[in-house]
Design a protein around this ligand. Sequence first.
Ligand SMILES: C[S@@+](CC[C@H](N)C(=O)[O-])C[C@H]1O[C@@H](n2cnc3c(N)ncnc32)[C@H](O)[C@@H]1O
Length: 256
Amino acid sequence: MNHDDAIRDQFTRQAALFAAAPELHNDAIHRLMIDAAAPRASDRMLDVACGPGTVVAAFAPHVAQAIGVDATPAMLAQARSLTAERALANVEWQLSSAYALPFAPGHFDIVTNRFAFHHLEDIAAAFAEMLRVTAVGGRVVVCDGIASTEPAKAAAFNAMERWRDPSTVEFRQLAHLRALFARAELGALGETLFRVPYPAADLVAASFPADDDRDGLLAHIEASIADDALGMLTRREGGKVMVSYAGVVLWAERRA
Ligand SMILES: C[S@@+](CC[C@H](N)C(=O)[O-])C[C@H]1O[C@@H](n2cnc3c(N)ncnc32)[C@H](O)[C@@H]1O
């Protein structure tokens, strides 16, 4: 299976469960993106790899128009249901690759991408494409999970994530994501670090691991309570095994 097929396969199967995960779609986590982008009522906003569309829906009340694009039709079906459910009048959805956005240069005031860079083989190319469609004076915002700065933990975390979701390429380290923004046409870099706590059992139940071995995957995660081998602060809390994903929101204004 090539990478594009792996993406479509995973996210077709994950679509409904991913859309329903409260850990990933709540006001506090959406607020991180909105604060970074500082939307204005006249703005045109694009969310790349929009998945079930909750980021677009969160921006919709703050901007003139919000568009979500994604490569997986089943995710866009979730997004369209959300449009109807919330009676959103200023949103649109399009099937598109992150590497070839169907928009003119400088078309948007805000361009975002959340929780998708770890599924991309060429983040520099995807980031360049986000910048291409961002207007001068507009803001580009990238949010993703990050791997530990300890190489052994980063490797173990990525191995577990590729098992849990074979369409994962790599959760990069923070320095790698920051380096994308070191470009002459961008202004000062903004940065917010955050954690997403997740019950390990819920995470595994919503996953489609490479070998369908959910019990093995859960046991592997639980074993990291002893030594934090994955860098996810695996722990017992209120009778549940919990993990925490480390994440970052990075943003900058396009100056030229
Ligand atoms: C983990 S989901 C995140 C969805 C959404 N951004 C969110 O934060 O809720 C990753 C999404 O990236 C999309 N995706 C992966 N590779 C893509 C690509 N090359 N072009 C467009 N979408 C892509 C998948 O279809 C999936 O919907």
